[in-house]
Design a protein around this ligand. Sequence first.
Ligand SMILES: [Zn+2]
Ligand SMILES: [Zn+2]
Length: 376
Amino acid sequence: MAKKDYYEVLGIQKGADEKEIKRAYKRLAMKYHPDRTKGDKESEEKFKEINEAYEILNDKEKRAAYDQYGHAAFEQGGFGGGAGGFGGGFGGFGGFEDIFSEMFGGGSSRQRVVRGDDLRYDIEITLEEAVRGVSKDIQIRTLVHCDECNGTGAEKGSKVETCSTCHGRGRVRRQQGFFMTETDCPHCHGTGKKIEKPCKKCHGDGRVHKTESLSVKIPAGVDTGNQLRLSGKGAAGENGAPAGDLYVVIHVQDHPIFERDGNNLYCEVPISFTQAALGGEIEVPTLDGRAKLKVPEGTQTGKMFRLRGKGIAAMRSGYAGDLICKITVETPVSLTEEQKELLRKLEESLEGQESQRPKHSSFFNGVKKFFDNLGK
Ligand SMILES: [Zn+2]
Ligand SMILES: [Zn+2]
């Protein structure tokens, strides 16, 4: 069977640059990685092809040879004695480990440090706090460096040696099918060290549990789902390794009056039906206190009024959103006989004055048309 063109395998142009090659390779290798395709033979073949193509095209010299001679460059007696090692595991491939550690988050294999865990803290704040910013004291259960052994995990005066299994690397390699994998060393759990006498307080871990108090500064303009990263405030690492980060996740409570949509605030404002009919100035709530709003004559339920800049100032730009007031015209209740009489008089005076009842007339015209069409 003829070998496929390496460029075709990676789905790239002949003139593709290094970045394009890398990108194409990453995408395909992720797709056909044996961890994902679970023993599918065709995918496995494809994965081998992809790796082979990448191994050649990612190497300047090999790529030049391939461009000139095609696959013949790597056949017996060809370029540099042939690539030879395919199918025999990927151990010897330059650059291969790098890209995989990048892809699978393995980190550098040269000097492995087991950084402490990242922690998450969910915090609830009021809308006012979200708008203005607030400082909050929180308590988190975390791991801190053991003060007894100074985070080393070894009892005072005892020896700390290099792990003989991994020779201090903290990682061991294992052949898995045709694929070489690297895992934490099972003997030292990735620390690369062997502790002769573990510290009694932390049992050799170098860390102890502690409830820590922290003050968190929440900036103005945050919204639910925003995260603050407090670098190095996560759990301490094993045996003196650096701490992880603390992520504070914001949850803004519902507000009894305002509803938030991005940087805009919405608020429903009830007005009496005489106010709605006659118009006038009403008072509306804002986050800074009361504000006046002019309602024109003949205002209907559902009408929205925008108060510019009375919303929430955006976290980065500082650009303020608007406050949008939605009017609800209220029907009066528990009327006295006298009040009812006044309303009846009003109703009488409106009789036949369709232009004074805009919604009524358009609605009933629509209904009339609907029935007329039915009758056809
Ligand atoms: Zn080890
Ligand atoms: Zn200790």
